[in-house]
Design a protein around this ligand. Structure first.
Ligand code: HEM
Length: 522
């Protein structure tokens, strides 16, 4: 029983009697009958001084192994712990029931980690106008505009054929390369996957193909891929140090970060200018879509045509969609090829379903995906074992209680996806790669409280990943065409070592053998 207006709240969680007085939306900690909500200070922690912890993190290279550090800390301290590192403090949680509590608490401020203090550089200031770093009402109204163009089912129907075209072209390109070698080709596919993801993003966002599958892709695109990678790897230190200290300790790092953003912005800027020229020439003639011969003009074209966001906001949001849309799909695809390669039986099962669905869909990619739910299961399984972001953060606007501890409003609480995905408390046989575990009717863990909160790689609620539908469809279409065309294998089935920058990546990209299947449809 929870009563926000009254003075007492009682609840039973995991055998504890949770009891707290609630006044004006604030949890008052104290003994009430059997139970006592324990104070924030009592939450197990990894050491009180953020600066000592920061030194430890540096000495032991824990930033790049943060996911493993979290796994170890949960097994030592239990399902909730506090950690201070430099200027950053967080409460870390592991179990779906607590994550459900966090995300569902009424009136949560939809805010996450912010780089606002760093917004001294021109381009980063511009970037912070996009949805990623904004909060509150301003965020909500921009986000609703963006949702119409990238999240709603009408938008998915518009951009799905564009993603399908890119995925098919990629397979054709690979088939030609495999044929040159005979019947199979063994390689590190990561550079090609980055090109695939950039080509797909540009097609959906700008309505434009940029020719990355040609034998000599442009230098500009290579530079963009490099810039996104630099931006991601140089971000984490900025989150833990106050600006002045960082500038003293590592000015080159800051310069690299700012230069990477400059590049990402100039890449978007050039295309936005072109979009405006197109819009200007189409005025009088109707629409950007009209100017492009009635075709879907991409997200940028749609936003410009509707004119509900200012030029500055369109620019900031388009840049974020571009910056957030390449590594985030290219890296999980590396993991997906690896896991399918080292689990041939799983691969065959998914392929059989894809073949049947493809044959029945009559060339309609959306229908083909709908008929092959194991593709979706494969993506969920990849993101369970290798979540792109190892945590999702929230700052509750009201006091809440987690694991019977009082969490004051404004605390950063992180749902720790990597340790959750590999926890035997949450998943049966967690290290087994099994796309069928997500099949309807077989949702293991239904017994567990909050079991719906086990697949959170894209976040949750109104603030969830705005690129989710693009990413899911892009990755599923890619895997669909790969499985129709190639048999995948790996020479070593040893676990991949991983490293966490801003996203989780393999330490060394896996090598995959692509063998041509006879009768491939492309
Ligand atoms: C597998 C691929 C991806 C994963 C796992 C992923 C994950 C996430 C997560 C966890 C968040 C925070 C959500 C929350 O706090 O609840 C997020 C936000 C965001 N993502 Fe993604 N993402 C992916 C792909 C993409 C793509 C393809 C794009 C762009 C086309 C994109 C653009 C963004 C943006 C702009 C935000 C901020 C949204 C907001 O705060 O309103 N992401 N993503």
């Amino acid at each position: 029983l929870f009563s926000t207006s009254g003075s007492v709240a009682l609840g039973v969680k995991r055998g504890f009697c949770v009891a707290a007085a609630v006044e004006d939306g604030k949890v008052k900690v104290g003994d009430v009958r059997k139970g006592r909500v324990r104070s924030f200070q009592e939450i197990p922690h990894t050491g009180r001084s953020g600066w000592v912890n920061l030194l430890r993190f540096w000495r032991e290279d824990r930033f790049r192994q943060l996911h493993k550090h979290m796994e170890r800390t949960f097994s030592a301290l239990g399902p909730i712990y506090r950690e201070n590192v430099g200027t950053l403090s967080s409460v870390n949680i592991l179990l779906p029931a607590d994550v459900a509590e966090l995300f569902q608490s009424e009136g949560l401020h939809p805010r996450r980690m912010t780089l606002q203090p760093w917004a001294t550089h021109r381009e980063i200031r511009q970037h912070s106008k996009g949805v990623f770093l904004k909060n509150g009402e301003e965020w909500r109204s921009d986000r609703l505009q963006l949702n119409k163009e990238v999240m709603m089912s009408g938008a998915v129907q518009r951009f799905l054929p564009l993603l399908d075209e890119v995925a098919r072209d990629f397979c054709r390109m690979l088939q030609v390369r495999v044929e040159k070698e005979g019947r199979s080709l063994t390689m590190d596919p990561s550079p090609d996957l980055f090109r695939f993801a950039l080509e797909a993003s540009c097609h959906v966002i700008y309505g434009e193909r940029i020719g990355l599958f040609s034998s000599s892709p442009s230098l500009e695109s290579q530079k963009f891929i490099w810039a996104v990678e630099r931006m991601l790897t140089t971000t984490p230190p900025l989150l833990y140090l106050p600006p002045r200290l960082l500038l003293c300790l590592s000015a080159p790092l800051w310069t690299q970060h700012a230069t990477a953003w400059d590049h990402i912005f100039s890449h978007a800027e050039a295309r936005i200018q072109r979009g405006y020229q197109r819009l200007a020439s189409s005025q009088g003639g109707g629409s950007v879509a009209g100017a492009a011969g009635g075709q879907y003009p991409g997200v940028l074209g749609q936003l410009m045509e509707k004119g509900q966001l200012s030029l500055d906001l369109i620019k900031a949001n388009i840049t974020e969609l571009m910056a957030g849309g390449v590594d985030t799909t290219a890296v999980p695809l590396q993991f997906a090829l690896f896991e399918l390669g080292r689990n041939p039986e799983v691969q065959e099962k998914v392929r059989q379903q894809v073949r049947t669905s493809w044959a029945q869909a009559g060339g309609d990619p959306q229908k083909a995906l709908q008929g092959a739910p194991l593709l979706k299961g494969t993506i969920k399984e990849v993101l369970r074992l290798y979540p792109v972001g190892i945590t999702v953060q929230r700052y509750p606007v009201k006091d809440i209680v987690l694991q019977n501890y009082h969490i004051p409003a404004g605390t950063m609480v992180q749902a720790c996806l990597y340790p959750m995905g590999r926890s035997s408390e949450v998943f049966e046989d967690p290290l087994r790669f099994d796309p069928t575990r997500w099949s309807s009717g077989r949702e293991e863990g239904r017994r567990a409280e909050g079991s719906g909160f086990r697949s959170l790689a894209f976040g949750f609620g109104a603030r969830q990943c705005v690129g989710r539908r693009i990413a899911e469809n892009e990755m599923q279409l890619f895997l669909m065409h790969m499985l129709l065309s190639f048999h995948l294998s790996v020479s070593s089935s040893e676990d991949l070592k991983t490293t966490a920058t801003l996203i989780l990546q393999p330490e060394t990209p896996p090598r995959i053998t692509f063998s041509r299947l006879s009768g491939a449809p492309i």
